[in-house]
Design a protein around this ligand. Structure first.
Ligand SMILES: [Zn+2]
Length: 451
């Protein structure tokens, strides 16, 4: 149902991701936030609809900046439950190589629906598997994003360095550089929307130092520059990866990144854990974004991202659920809770507040994917809003609503608005049969493992 002119009135509490006081609510017109009201204020002219938000905590729609939707098919799979990154990958690659268009569509829908119900309005995905028959993987994902009415940064991933050439992935999962670049160009031309309110955007995303050649890194950076799109990859996730870079390239990870033309503000990196002080300073100076993935980093025992040091150096920080076979949930609000706790272990309780963690999940994440129209509540921004209720048993006796969301463990949005449209009402996704989706997806997951 279109919401042409609506007053979201007097929220229980509201986190704007800036210092604007919005305690009287927000006015949304044609999908854009047009007025912010203080307590007691009324809209400058009467609205056609009023939504009474007295039971809701309102946040900017959360933004997930790293994920692999297809991996929802291999969640909590016995053989990899207790493995660290490299053996985890080597066990899973042959299973993932059997992915089909139907299975990818189901997996993407499950991941996006789960994200949406956790308060997420914009999601990035890093898809790097294009086995025979799945050449149109990103096209399939675009359809699912549009069907759910979310926003997405779909990254055209790639793997070009197979086992035969000293890489980690099996040969049947890698593609030729020429094929990767031509498809990247095609996808940008066909789907990449520019400017405020964009629904689908494309970025280029060679997978990791141990699965792509230096040539494809360099050529992707050139193409991204030429077509003005963003760059994404995994970096400095584990010490195994650092060791790989030293052995193969004679370089540490950030030197490697620099050597292929990626040390820039066009780039955002997943994980960013194993950096020395000099590398942190260089990343900050370049303005390279870091997507912190706390659950995945704990699940695979990879390490703790030095978020506060990176931020102090000038590198923007955002959040990602990563996974889904290394999390194994796709829940953005729970990820903010995980970030709060793991970062307190490293930087202390006073430095890491609930507001700081929520800031990473919203404004910080928006910066990573190069967007200034989402990630905060302010006049002129897109009306992407998450509404949470605090009426469950777990919140009983809590006092500060914003803190309660993370400390008591909010895990599900009651409502979601994206570009002024209601996409979730009373905890249900508009127009989606979730029971049927689960049944189809479970079947697909069984088939994929069975081979
Ligand atoms: Zn990842």
């Amino acid at each position: 149902m279109p919401t042409t002119h609506i007053w979201i009135k007097n929220p229980l509490d509201i986190f704007t991701a800036n210092d604007v006081d919005a305690s009287g609510g927000i006015v949304v017109e044609h999908g854009i936030i047009t007025e912010i009201l203080k307590a007691g204020q009324e809209p400058s002219r009467p609205c056609t609809q009023v939504f009474d938000a007295r039971e809701h905590v309102v946040l900017p729609g959360l933004i997930n900046t790293h994920h692999h939707f297809y991996q929802t098919l291999t969640r909590a799979w016995g053989p990899v439950v207790n493995q660290p990154l490299f053996p985890w990958l080597k066990t899973l690659y042959p299973v993932w190589a059997r992915l089909t268009p139907e299975k990818l569509a189901l997996a993407s829908k499950v991941a996006l629906a789960e994200l949406l119900l956790s308060g997420c309005s914009t999601a990035a995905d890093h898809h790097y598997l294009f086995p025979g028959g799945l050449e149109n993987a990103i096209d399939i994902q675009v359809d699912v994003v549009r069907e759910l009415g979310m926003r997405a940064m779909l990254t055209r991933g790639s793997m070009s360095l197979g086992e035969a050439d000293g890489g980690l992935p099996p040969q049947q999962t890698v593609q030729q550089g020429q094929v990767i670049l031509e498809d990247s160009q095609r996808l940008i031309k066909e789907y990449h929307e520019r400017g405020d309110g964009a629904q689908v955007q494309i970025a280029l995303a060679p997978c990791s130092p141990f699965s792509v050649t230096q040539e494809i890194m360099r050529e992707s950076a050139q193409l991204a520059e030429q077509m003005d799109v963003r760059l994404h990859t995994h970096l400095a996730e584990t010490l195994d990866e650092e060791e790989f870079c030293l052995q193969r390239f004679g370089l540490r990870t950030v030197d490697y990144l620099d050597s292929v033309g990626w040390l820039s503000s066009r780039t955002w990196l997943a994980h960013g854990i194993h950096f020395n002080p000099d590398e942190i300073a260089r990343l900050g100076q370049a303005g390279t974004g870091i997507c912190h993935c706390p659950s995945s980093n704990m699940r695979l025992a990879s390490g703790i991202c030095p978020t506060v040091d990176l931020e102090a150096a000038g590198a923007p920080i955002g959040l990602g659920v990563d996974g889904s076979a290394s999390n194994d949930a796709s829940n953005m609000i729970l990820e903010a809770r995980q970030a709060l706790y793991i970062q307190r272990l490293r930087f202390g309780a006073e430095a890491i507040t609930p507001e700081r963690a929520l800031g990473w999940a919203t404004k910080g994440s928006a910066k990573l994917i190069g967007r200034s129209d989402i990630g905060e509540i302010a006049v002129g921004k897109q009306a992407d809003l998450a509404f949470f209720k605090l009426d469950e048993l777990r919140f009983s006796g809590s006092h500060d609503p914003i803190s309660a969301m993370l400390l008591c463990g909010s895990d599900r949005a009651d409502r979601m608005m994206i570009g002024g449209q209601w996409r979730v009402i009373d905890g249900q996704i508009e127009g989606l049969d979730v029971a049927q989706l689960i049944a189809d997806h479970r079947q697909a997951a069984k088939e994929l493992i069975a081979g």
